[in-house]
Ligand binder design. Structure first.
Ligand SMILES: [Fe+2]
Length: 384
């Protein structure tokens, strides 16, 4: 694969990690400029917004708050947040929450520096200006949006989730404070943690993987294997929660360089057709897509099995690879994640449409096994 010998690696975000690290927020935002906190009702009710406000107040940074982001955010949500940014005369942005608020924060920053409509910037290379200072603080351990050059928008016209792709939208800092998400309900932590695992797995096996991304992705797989169950078990596992935040960020660093694979092509299409949580959709799809990809990367699947805690001694590469898929299924089962998309509201009647939309994804071309429309229909049929 000649292109593997020619690659670049970028990581513009300054990461701060550890309990209480939200107190350092003021180091990364300009004093004297009002900052818009972009969040959703979850962090507000969990007291996380109050912690961010206390950190901003301690640094003398004025602030306003937009807390109306919903899951799978649409253009109207981004426009509403941007109107608040303009009305409040803000000069910097803080994305606080899961992937949706962080992605909306990125898109508000794009509109603040470019004008127009958010749809104008979908795809790669459309963001040309520097953005206002942008910091992200994840309160789930899944998307890695604090380090990635992606922001995903739900697009009702294409029935897809379409990305803005630009290194210009990468936050200047990401604060990984496990105290903010140690009490995350298992119903949120499980699916978001599985999103991080999906990022790591899809990056690790895909055609664009490099030695740097493989190292990050494999380490992230091991961190998820050792910590996700524990982080979801109760509200006190600060160490495991901190490790999951690292896993999420490291998987984000890896897939920022490589993109993803069939799971994300499919979940973005499914999310464009139905209201389904992104991480939950990925978690359900993951074993089906891994089975499909197994024959293209058996030796890497064996390494995945090791990362997920399987004792592969005495197993052939094929046996270890199959054990990796089994370990992912067991992890889903332990986290209470359904086996079929139908249990999460996806209808079989949409398979043909979802498959067609999925095939338009840029993630198909980097998936390790060539995928046709027929393959895609079969994958959906198995998973629904
Ligand atoms: Fe994802």
């Amino acid at each position: 694969m000649p292109f593997r010998n020619l690659f670049d690696f970028r990581l513009p975000t300054c990461l701060v990690h550890g309990p209480g690290s939200i107190k350092r927020l003021g180091e990364f935002l300009p004093a004297g400029q009002k900052s818009l906190i972009v969040t959703d009702p979850g962090p507000r009710s969990a007291g996380v917004v109050d912690k961010a406000i206390a950190a901003l107040d301690a640094s003398g940074i004025p602030h306003a708050c937009f807390d109306e982001v919903l899951g799978n955010p649409s253009a109207s949500c981004v426009q509403a947040a941007h109107r608040r940014y303009t009305r409040e005369k803000c000069g910097s942005i803080l994305g606080l929450g899961g992937g949706s608020p962080m992605d909306v924060a990125k898109m508000v920053a794009v509109l603040a520096s470019h004008g127009g409509r958010v749809e104008d910037y979908l795809g790669a290379g459309k963001v040309v200006n520097d953005l206002p200072p942008l910091v992200c603080i994840p309160t789930t351990y899944g998307t890695g949006s604090e380090v990635t050059p992606f922001a995903v928008l739900n697009n009702p016209k294409t029935k897809n989730k379409d990305p803005i792709i630009s290194w210009k939208i990468v936050p200047r800092a990401g604060i990984l404070d496990p105290e903010l998400c140690v009490a995350l309900p298992a119903s949120v932590g499980g699916p978001t943690g599985m999103d991080a695992l999906t990022h790591a797995l899809e990056s690790y096996i895909n055609l664009m993987a490099t030695p740097i991304t493989e190292g990050l992705a494999l380490q992230a797989i091991g961190l998820v294997g050792r910590n996700l169950r524990l982080a979801c078990a109760n509200d006190h596992e600060l160490e495991a929660t901190g490790q999951m935040l690292l896993a999420s960020a490291m998987a984000g660093m890896a897939f920022s360089q490589t993109r993803l694979g069939n799971v994300h092509a499919m979940s973005h299409a499914a999310g464009g057709h139905f209201e389904i949580h992104h991480g939950l959709c990925n978690a359900i799809l993951l074993p089906y897509v891994l089975e499909f990809n197994l024959s293209a990367r058996p030796e890497k699947f064996a390494a995945i099995a090791g990362g997920l805690g399987v004792n592969t001694a005495g197993l052939s590469a094929r046996q270890a690879a199959e054990a990796a898929v089994g370990a992912v299924r067991q992890l889903n089962c332990d986290l209470g994640i359904p086996v079929k998309l139908g249990e999460a509201g996806v209808k079989a009647s949409a398979i043909a449409s979802m498959a067609k939309v999925a095939m338009t994804s840029g993630n198909i071309a980097v998936n390790p096994r060539r995928t046709t429309l027929k393959d895609m229909e079969r994958l959906f049929a198995a998973a629904v």
